[in-house]
Design a protein around this ligand. Structure first.
Ligand code: ATP
Ligand code: BTN
Length: 325
């Protein structure tokens, strides 16, 4: 899809109605014959564009493909997605983004794939990445210390829940630190990886896996038992690129505030969205497993718990896995 075709799609999205050949030609500064050719090119790429005599063109349907030009046509962000790599298949979008992180690639790069063959969760766990989901990674270079950046996974989780609640009216919650659940089932996971000197972050990769239109019936039993997808809960097919745009817009707003030092505003949301606070939990560290009560989310994003002996302790995301017994 070339630039004019990207702009034709953008105009259809903005207009949400008919656009005549004359209007398109005037708005884009090309002849009506050129518009006609571009419309036909778009149809060949899977766009259903109806021509209504005397009224112009109308966009009826778009192909459900995550191509970079499709994404570019819809994306409204300034920073996130300033460069897009869209792949049909890859091992892990986090690994691709990390390779770019090792080079001089600017922050904002989006790497997205239709499916991953080695999608990863925390501690090297497998992340099932069948077609129909959103699997993507963002390359960032925040000028922050390691300690300052420790809350970023929570910031991503909050951003996702904001979108799922506001735009889809879904009762999404955060299972601290990196899972999003709906009806007690996991719909999304976040994997943050970074490379840092003792003082500064060289690069940071935010990996997000969100089950959108996944056919849950085909999942392995162990995933079926604990997971869900948006289309399963909502009962309709999700426009993944529209959702991606909503997520990146929200995340961009929160990230830009975060690097200005304004993360504190999000802590009340982390508390409001948490499904753990006030509950008994099982904590797994590398060395031991014990039960405790989740008390609060601290201003640095750590989880305040109370052990059975009454002692209060802070948990940091990197060290633990938390379950509800
Ligand atoms: P914790 O984050 O507390 O350590 P977790 O079980 O959520 O616990 P993660 O490493 O965050 O562990 O996520 C990986 C787990 O997510 C896998 O072990 C699997 O159980 C589950 N999982 C894998 N693929 C998917 C998917 N597409 N949707 C939902 N859940 C999945
Ligand atoms: C988790 O729940 O532990 C995190 C899952 C993160 C999955 C996403 S999908 C895009 C990116 N690439 C990966 O290999 N993992 C993350």
């Amino acid at each position: 899809m070339n630039k004019i075709e990207v702009n034709i799609i953008k105009l259809f999205e903005m207009q949400n109605g008919n656009l005549s050949g004359a209007q398109l030609s005037q708005l884009l500064g090309v002849s009506r014959t050129a518009i006609w050719k571009h419309i036909n090119n778009l149809r060949e790429q899977g766009y259903i564009i109806q021509a209504i005599p005397g009224q112009g063109y109308r966009l009826i349907n778009k192909p459900d493909k995550l191509t970079s030009s499709e994404i570019r046509a819809v994306l409204e962000t300034q920073l996130l997605g300033n460069q897009i790599i869209a792949l049909e298949e890859t091992d892990s979008t986090n690994d691709v983004a990390k390779d770019y992180g090792k080079q001089d690639t600017a922050e904002g790069l989006l790497v997205i794939a239709e499916r991953q063959t080695r999608g990863r969760g925390r501690r090297g766990r497998n992340w099932l990445s069948e077609p129909g989901g959103l699997y993507f990674s963002l390359l960032l270079r925040p000028k922050l210390s390691l300690a300052e950046v420790s809350t970023i996974t929570l910031l991503v989780a909050i951003s996702i829940v904001q979108v799922l609640r506001k735009d889809y009216q879904l009762p999404a919650v955060i299972k601290w630190p990196n899972d999003i659940l709906i009806d007690n089932r996991k719909v999304c996971g976040i994997l943050t990886e970074l490379s840092a000197d003792p003082e500064t972050i060289k690069y940071l990769v935010l990996g997000i896996g969100l089950n959108c239109n996944s056919a849950t019936d085909n999942w392995p039993e162990e995933i079926k038992a604990i997971a869900t997808s948006l289309s399963h809960v909502l009962g309709y097919h999700i426009d993944r690129i529209k959702l991606l745009n909503q997520l990146l817009l929200q995340l961009e707003t929160n990230y830009l505030n975060f690097i200005k030092g304004e993360f504190g505003q999000l802590i009340p949301l982390a508390r409001e969205y948490s499904c753990l606070l006030g509950k008994n939990i099982t904590v797994n560290t590398h060395h031991q497993t014990y039960t405790a009560k989740a008390i609060d989310i601290n201003s640095d994003g750590s989880l305040l718990i109370q052990k059975e002996n009454g002692k209060l302790t802070n948990l940091w995301a990197a060290d633990v896995s938390v379950r509800q017994p």
